[in-house]
Design a protein around this ligand. Sequence first.
Ligand code: GLY
Length: 387
Amino acid sequence: MYKLILFFLGIILLCSCQTSTDNQKKVLIDSLSEQLKVLAERIPEDKVPRSYKEETGYQMVGKDDWTSGFPAGTFWYMYEETGDEYWKEQAVKNTVKLEGFQFNTGTHDLGFMVNNSYGQAYRLTVDPEYKKVVLQAAESLITRFNPTVGSIKSWDWNDKWQFPVIVDNMMNLEMLFWASKETGDSKYRDVAITHANTTLKNHFRENMSSYHVVDYDTLTGEVLSKVTYQGFSDESSWGRGQAWGLYGFTMCYRETQNPEYLEAAQKIADYIIRNLPEDYVSYWDYNDPDVPNTERDASAAAVTASALYELSSFATDGSNYLDIAEKITDSLTSVKYRATNGENGGFLLMHSVGNKPGNSEIDVAMNYADYYYVEALKRKFESINKK
Ligand code: GLY
């Protein structure tokens, strides 16, 4: 009898914990929804809001900007989390703006742009028209692959570099893995794996921090130079670059089960964790001599958190990664980083850095910070449901 009472008390406790978590999630999602509606209602028909700063207002861009897929992707996640048709409408409207870009072979950013908009659209609607667009983007992306180098070319800045490959490019590989699964043709996956292997070989230092750009000789495949274009110096660790690497190798492990990718992701994560500030939100560059009194980059933090949620489910002892993911996400959700009441132009997160050496977008709201923040929250909720 005594045992039976204890059993029922346990069930009641479990149910009330679940209800309280569900309520907290609802309150947060409602708050994000209210904030993002301010942004959604201000988006012009043919433009994409990239960033916002109180003093200068919005930076609006066209579909050819590398960030053009993020607002659509954020709205697709909001649709998934809320089931609200309003978000589906906004997501569709902002996705189809990119129509035609899938044929563009002039950039490596096709994954960021097309996979996060049309790819999310296909994942959530299974409409074959969306699928066609993403497959075409994958086809365009692999035209930039050079087998001698073993990589996809990032930028066509031919006056500066011969064949620059940036660590960010790891993010575009997810679309290639997907394309092989959808078509049964391994060519996309083969390119992705070769690119990942070349990046692992050449982008990382002894401590697993990464260079931003590695330039290659197109005829011999030799490394010509290693630099950090968007960071403090060539030998420094640009915050978002570390996050792209972490996310990229975690995703590559998910897609291949290659233990070398898991090991790389864990070592990158350990490097980042060793260098995080007290509130767990990344510095814009971990080696800026002004650390700890330098800008934070909420976008790097959001990408890092999202990646750590996934990594925690792969690593043998993933509890530390989960713990840090929670700490970053909690910090981003606090008033220090998260805007409400329509402030911050309706974007969710404040305090991101685009390109500090270029004196561009320093301490601003960024559309990609919001995308990865909402993705991190989705992964957080999924991790709670698995417990
Ligand atoms: N190229 C993407 C970034 O600035 O992180």
